[in-house]
Design a protein around this ligand. Structure first.
Ligand code: ATP
Ligand code: MG
Length: 147
């Protein structure tokens, strides 16, 4: 299955984790150096799986896991550093900026932010994807590009 970037407000259906990863990998050409990708979606919607495909496409070999406890995972890749941030437990934007997130993003090839809606205004050029389970569909996810 070959995927391409959906237009804003368009959706793609992904059947199984392999497609979820392939879709993530297909986003790479649309994400220039130091760019941010925002992912929103409920528990188990496939955010980490998509991120794994994307970071794998940068040449990282290994497992990409949820940054739930560490808040930020940094992956060295041949193309530069990839950041994976989970802002779910973050109370305010200041907490993120106190971690030098701005500089970390600027110095990375790519930063994927889950639950980062507080930063949507600060990164107006960043793509936003919403991931959802489909009703009754255990093994299919819908990804909608919101921006
Ligand atoms: N398109 C898909 N179809 C079916 N299963 C999928 C799909 N994408 C991911 N999965 C599976 O759904 C489960 C949850 O995926 P994942 O951990 O990526 O979700 P998440 O959004 O990161 O969840 P959390 O909010 O808990 O971090 C995993 O078992 C994964 O293999
Ligand atoms: Mg996750």
């Amino acid at each position: 299955m070959v995927f391409s970037l959906p237009e804003v407000d368009q959706s793609v259906l992904l059947r199984g984790p392999a497609e979820q990863q392939a879709f993530g990998a297909a986003l790479l050409p649309s994400l220039p150096p130091a760019s941010v990708l925002f992912l929103e979606g409920e528990l188990g919607a496939g955010k980490t799986t998509l991120t794994g495909g994307l970071i794998g496409a940068l040449g990282f070999v290994g497992a990409v896991t949820s940054p739930t406890y560490a808040l930020i995972h940094a992956y060295p890749t041949p193309a530069g550093r990839a950041l994976h941030v989970d802002a779910y437990r973050v109370r305010g934007v200041q907490e993120l900026y106190d971690m030098d997130l701005e500089d970390l993003i600027a110095g990375s090839r790519l930063s994927v932010l889950e639950w980062g809606e507080k930063l949507y205004g600060d990164y107006p050029a960043a793509m936003i994807l919403r991931l959802e389970h489909l009703d009754g569909g255990e093994d299919v996810r819908r990804v909608t590009r919101l921006r």
